[in-house]
Design a protein around this ligand. Structure first.
Ligand SMILES: Cc1cc2nc3c(=O)[nH]c(=O)nc-3n(C[C@H](O)[C@H](O)[C@H](O)COP(=O)(O)OP(=O)(O)OC[C@H]3O[C@@H](n4cnc5c(N)ncnc54)[C@H](O)[C@@H]3O)c2cc1C
Length: 623
């Protein structure tokens, strides 16, 4: 996403519950003094979820190894308005980026990933959304047998992870999200905003003029429409709720849960004397020294979408040719490791609002008086605009924003893009299967193809005192597929990310169509009366200019997934429906890498659900 970093010198008083979170172990020797049934590698979104659920059984000893540190209290993480401060900041982020490509305007695209306890859930945009029923149905269909990854099977785990708070009063009349299908007892606090910019109502009214309806139940498996998104924010403390505050802190005192921070795992170790390899332990680096620690039952890799494939390859699991070329002995030939990388790609439209607009936007933080009033409100009540986020999300299938001719032309472009991909031989059986399903969604209208996030504020070239509205508009089911692989045996070197973003014409054409739709929205009353100027993209560009502009300026949704896919091995999958790495008896991957196909949604709620289910799968294996 386009990000504005706000460096804050504000001093916040933190609620007692968070201040009491026990610091993890920072000494490798203390960690090695224990024995472990389970080792969870990566204390991020999924890792802390699995680890704390396993530790609920006091007969298990659970160890977690995390490369980053605990950042509690830290206003860069906890204060919702500062959501971008930790992103691409070396104290909190792995600072990884893609290889420059012609399709990305020769730009290297930043791919932020949290490097701290809480992982990416501690630096993300906090949006709490789920995808649609047909998208999860695909997950089972790409596997040899139904592993229970469809909507009905995942729903109990969505509910288990979520704690839905009461709607703040007065809210925005007519724009509340219902309580249906919400969870009320889970660790992650989710809530609606208490503050709403005055630019939201005319935006909704304009969309309604264009035939778009408000969706009051976006968590029920039908995500189409304009809706008020929940965010992972605890309204009592006005703070981000993430896997560190939600899962780890309440469990930190458990005597059978041991978390080592500041330690980087470099390899999984195997006993290869049996046909299915047994993971016995991991090697890790801490404070410049190397160590080995063992687990008697299972090892769970939760190092995230860019690091999990790296760790698998360093451990001898991956494409045998690639591994041999680097001098690594291939223990399991799994060509799917590091492939199938998919991401949501967004363009930005920004508009200046007229003087007749009398409401608040986030631009008002540029006004010192407004900022200090908000600081005082936040310090006293944990409310106000520092606890607020953008929340008007729009998801639509093709027929929601394109006419028949435009939709049919886009379908032709899809077919041409797929043909081209297949003719280069770079489409694996998995990708072919996914693209077949994606095509059916384009025509049957059941699955959103685009998302528009309304931002109440400007991102670039803002003039103090002015107000802006921006529309971040993205492709939900791109054709382009990328990869992430190692090019060295140095485990501390970054992996090579070849994103291939916008290599497929379909993805570019859909973004062009979204610029056109954005123009339609802002030309519709009552919104149009508030728009005085289009700032982004520069007005009056030809389509050819716009394509170049898209390549030079697009941003990503930070929703990379799928690089250790749960899919049938014959298709190129890496893990089976029990999340076990093919060819191993006790190594599981539990993180966003296992997504079998991209979803039209923000990803964290689904990652928590996967991790909750994974904990049950691991426990069930003992019985
Ligand atoms: C900037 C940003 C904004 C986002 N916004 C949203 C949003 O608003 N809503 C939403 O739903 N989703 C959002 N997402 C996506 C979502 O947050 C992620 O998909 C999800 O959190 C990924 O969880 P994970 O468990 O797979 O990985 P992570 O949470 O990234 O966890 C991986 C952990 O492993 C650790 N690790 C990695 N390698 C090693 C190693 N070798 N040794 C030890 N530890 C290691 C990392 O430090 C990290 O803590 C966003 C993501 C980002 C980055």
């Amino acid at each position: 996403m386009l990000r504005v970093h706000i460096l804050s010198s504000l001093v916040f008083c933190f609620p007692l519950v968070i201040a009491q979170c026990l610091a993890p172990l920072s000494s490798a020797d203390e960690f090695l003094a224990k024995t472990y049934d389970y080792l969870v590698i990566g204390g991020g979104t999924a890792g802390l979820t699995v680890a704390t659920r396993l530790a609920e059984d006091t007969s298990f000893n659970v160890g977690v190894i995390e490369a980053g540190y605990l950042h509690i209290p830290d206003s860069n993480i906890s204060v919702p308005f500062f959501e971008n401060n930790a992103v691409f900041h070396p104290e909190y982020d792995w600072m990884l980026s893609t290889v420059p490509q012609i399709s990305t305007g020769n730009r290297s695209i930043e791919t932020p990933r949290g490097k701290l306890l809480g992982g990416s859930s501690a630096i993300n945009g906090m949006a709490w959304t789920r995808a649609s029923i047909p998208e999860y149905a695909t997950w089972d269909s790409l596997n040899d047998y139904s592993g229970g990854w469809d909507w009905n099977s995942l729903l109990p785990y969505f509910l288990k992870s979520q704690m839905r708070e009461a709607n703040p009063e007065p809210g925005l009349s007519g724009f509340s999200t219902s309580y249906d299908q919400n969870g009320f007892y889970g660790p992650i606090a989710t809530s609606l905003n208490a503050e709403y910019s005055g630019i939201i109502p005319p935006y909704i009214d304009a969309l309604e003029q264009l035939g778009v309806s408000i969706n009051h139940n976006p968590l029920d498996g039908n995500t189409s429409g304009i809706w008020n998104a929940l965010v992972a924010v605890d309204r009592n403390s006005g703070s981000r709720s993430d896997s560190a505050t939600g899962y780890y802190c309440p469990s930190a005192k458990r005597p059978n849960l041991h978390v080592l921070s500041g330690a980087t795992v470099t390899r999984v170790l195997f006993d290869n004397s049996t046909s299915n390899l047994t993971a016995t332990g991991v090697a890790f680096v801490s404070g410049g020294s190397q160590y080995v620690v063992n687990a008697t039952r299972e090892i769970v890799l939760s190092t995230g979408v860019l690091k999990t494939p790296q760790l698998l390859e360093l451990s001898g699991v991956g494409n045998a040719t690639l591994l041999k070329n680097l001098g690594i002995n291939p223990l399991i030939d799994l060509p799917g490791v590091g492939e199938n990388l998919q991401e949501h790609v967004f363009i930005t439209s920004q508009y200046e609002l007229s003087d007749t607009f009398r409401g608040i936007t986030f631009d008002d933080f540029g006004n010192a008086t407004f900022a200090s009033i908000q600081e005082a409100i936040y310090n006293k009540t944990r409310q106000g605009w520092l606890a607020a986020t953008n929340c008007a999300f729009l998801f639509l299938p093709l027929d929601g924003f394109l006419n028949e001719t435009e939709a049919s032309s886009l379908l032709d472009t899809f077919d041409q893009s797929v043909q081209l991909l297949e003719s280069t031989g770079s489409a694996s059986p998995l990708v072919k299967a996914q693209l077949g399903i994606q095509r059916s969604w384009l025509t049957n209208g059941t699955v959103p193809q685009m998302e528009i996030i309304q931002l109440a504020g400007g991102l670039v070239e803002t003039v103090p005192g002015n107000h802006y509205m921006s529309l971040l508009s993205g492709v939900m089911h791109p054709v382009s597929r990328g990869s992430v692989h190692i090019n060295t045996t140095n485990a501390l070197a970054p992996p090579v990310i070849v994103s291939n973003f916008l290599t497929a014409d379909f993805d570019v054409q859909l973004l062009l169509d979204l610029f056109t739709f954005n123009n339609k929205i802002v030309a519709t009353e009552p919104l149009s009366s508030y728009i005085t100027a289009q700032i982004l993209p520069p007005p009056n560009l030809t389509d050819a200019d716009l394509v170049a502009y898209i390549r030079e300026t697009f941003v990503i949704g930070d929703h990379i997934m799928g690089t250790a896919t749960m899919a049938s091995r014959s298709l190129g999958g890496v893990v089976d429906p029990h999340l076990k790495v093919y060819g191993t008896s006790n190594l599981r991957v539990v993180d966003v890498s296992v997504f079998p196909s991209q979803i039209a949604s923000h990803l964290q709620a689904t990652v928590y659900a996967i991790a909750e289910k994974a904990a049950d799968l691991v426990k069930a294996a003992v019985q």
